[in-house]
Design a protein around this ligand. Structure first.
Ligand code: A2P
Length: 329
């Protein structure tokens, strides 16, 4: 299979075709990180609801979310209800404590065991940083370890593809500078870069670079990391931006649906998080309308280069300030 794969009429605008494998990644996925205080049973219920009642076919997981075993239990149920493994797109991520080459495969195997599946559709390097096991959060300067280049880690990611443990490999939280360094040494090219992306942080430069290289961009916190419990008051709320609310009225859609639709119309996949059944359903109702050029332009005008997820990953090895960590993008 190659990236020349063509989508059927009813798949256009709902899937991205990844370069390399030609895999079809659903543009809508459910983010599975939950804030402290949300119970694992609420998460399990939301994931099951998403798949069985709302048509989600993509879950965005990570070992550091410490809930992959819970999601594995849900997957067992949904497979028993007749959903085929090949119908689902499962993404997971290699945590920063397993960046040394000999740690990559065991970390992936752990994730597979927890999720109770034999392969992942996509495995991402979670951050371009290496942390000591038992690190604090946010990491202290002494928690960071120096990795002598990303090449050794990536070779092991490539072997996971060659050995059939994962179908596609990529990264998360990489600037275009770091991606280009990886690109130069990669035999299997990174297929995806997952980054924070929403109307207040549109990542235009990174999207341009990724489009040039044929790397799919996926958005975490596509609603602006809109967690009212944790958002500092100085950070505006993406889903109360007047332009977004006005556009919502025009299409009879909620502001959240407008923001998610805007991203998917840019070709970006979205993994909004929610454990509320109503909002999980709401976030899935994106494909029965289309924003016109004026509305897309109004939302594009909202960019403020505002990260709502402070990375906390700037460190002595990848840049001492947050701006340097992102290579000033
Ligand atoms: P909740 O779980 O109570 O629904 P992001 O994915 O951008 O990081 O945003 C996640 C946050 O947005 C969560 O706090 C989630 O809260 C909230 N959220 C998810 N969907 C919606 C929606 N449709 N409308 C309003 N808030 C939402």
């Amino acid at each position: 299979m190659t990236s020349q794969r063509v989508l059927a009429e009813d798949e256009r605008g709902r899937f991205a075709v990844l370069s390399g494998s030609g895999g079809k990644m659903p543009l809508l996925g459910l983010g599975t990180w939950v804030p402290p205080g949300v119970s694992m049973s609420d998460l399990a219920s939301a994931v099951q609801h998403a798949i069985l009642n709302c048509g989600y076919r993509h879950l965005d997981c990570a070992s550091v979310y410490k809930n992959e075993d819970v999601i594995g239990g849900v997957l067992e149920n949904v497979f028993a209800s007749g959903v085929g493994r090949e119908e689902l797109w499962l993404t997971s991520k290699l945590w920063c404590t397993a960046m040394m080459p000999d740690e990559v495969r065991p970390a992936c195997v752990d994730t597979l065991k927890n999720l109770r599946v034999s392969y992942l559709d996509l495995y991402l390097i979670h951050w371009p940083a290496c942390l000591r096991k038992g690190h604090a959060w946010p990491p202290r300067p002494e928690d960071f370890l120096h990795v002598p280049g990303i090449e050794g880690t990536w070779r092991e990611m490539e072997k996971l593809v060659e050995d059939g443990l994962v179908k596609n490999i990529g990264v998360s939280n990489f600037s275009s500078v770091k991606l280009e360094n990886l690109w130069r040494v990669a035999r299997i090219k990174p297929a995806v870069n997952q980054v924070e992306l929403h109307p207040l942080l549109q990542q235009s430069k990174l999207r341009e670079y990724c489009s040039f290289r044929g790397i799919h961009v996926s958005a975490y916190s596509p609603l602006g990391g809109n967690d009212h419990r944790a958002r500092p008051p100085e950070i505006p709320n993406v889903i109360t931006l007047p332009s977004v609310v006005r556009i919502g009225r025009k299409y009879n859609k909620t502001a959240a649906q407008i923001v998610l639709r805007w991203a998917t119309q840019l070709g970006v996949s979205v993994v909004p998080k929610s454990t509320n059944h109503g909002r999980v359903l709401e976030n899935s109702q994106l494909f029965d309308f289309e924003l016109d050029q004026d509305d897309l332009a109004s939302i594009s005008a909202e960019d403020r280069h505002l990260r709502t997820n402070a990375s906390k990953m700037h460190n002595p090895f990848t840049g001492a300030t947050e701006e340097a960590f992102w290579d000033h993008e």
